[in-house]
Write a protein of this length. Structure first.
Length: 155
């Protein structure tokens, strides 16, 4: 055989993800765009990392629908945290109705209670779970540190 077979996009994808338990956020570790969404080149086109993950694990995304992150974490590529919605609904997020629905939830997608101490706000005024944010940033930093230490450990 001449040369090596090309590496399948899925094989290149997962090393860029901090994949936790099924109900946790799966943090994208590679390049993110200005809006905070992970970017991945599937070999043909540059695509959003979360869209790639959704197609890989769930299936095709209908043309008329967009993906909404239920966990409010744009760097998350866990399809369990995604919902397909019409673009208009996504754009209206933050409107009174949808905000009211979000506010009515007593727990985050990971089961942490939205107590006053555990509730923060993101840039758009949406509610965020502080426990989740702590876990996510800690995991990110640990991963970054591991990346930095690796060459030393090997050398
Ligand atoms: Zn998530
Ligand atoms: Zn949480």
């Amino acid at each position: 055989m001449i040369g090596r077979p090309p590496v399948a996009p899925a094989e290149r994808f997962w090393p860029k993800v901090s994949r936790g338990a099924d109900n946790e956020c799966w943090e994208w570790l590679a390049y993110r765009d200005r809006d905070g969404y992970g970017q991945f080149n599937d070999g043909t086109t540059q695509t959003s990392a979360h869209r790639f993950a959704y197609r890989l694990l769930v299936g095709a995304i209908p043309r008329e629908l967009v993906i909404d992150h239920l966990c409010e974490n744009r760097g998350c590529v866990n399809p369990a945290h995604m919902e397909l919605v019409p673009p208009r609904v996504n754009a209206l997020r933050g409107s009174r109705t949808l905000a009211a629905i979000a506010e009515a939830k007593t727990h985050c997608v990971h089961g942490h209670r939205f107590s006053p101490e555990n509730t923060g706000r993101d840039g758009r005024g949406a509610r965020v779970c502080r426990a989740c944010r702590r876990v996510n940033s800690r995991r990110w930093y640990e991963r970054q540190r591991a990346e930095r230490l690796r060459p030393l450990a090997q050398g």
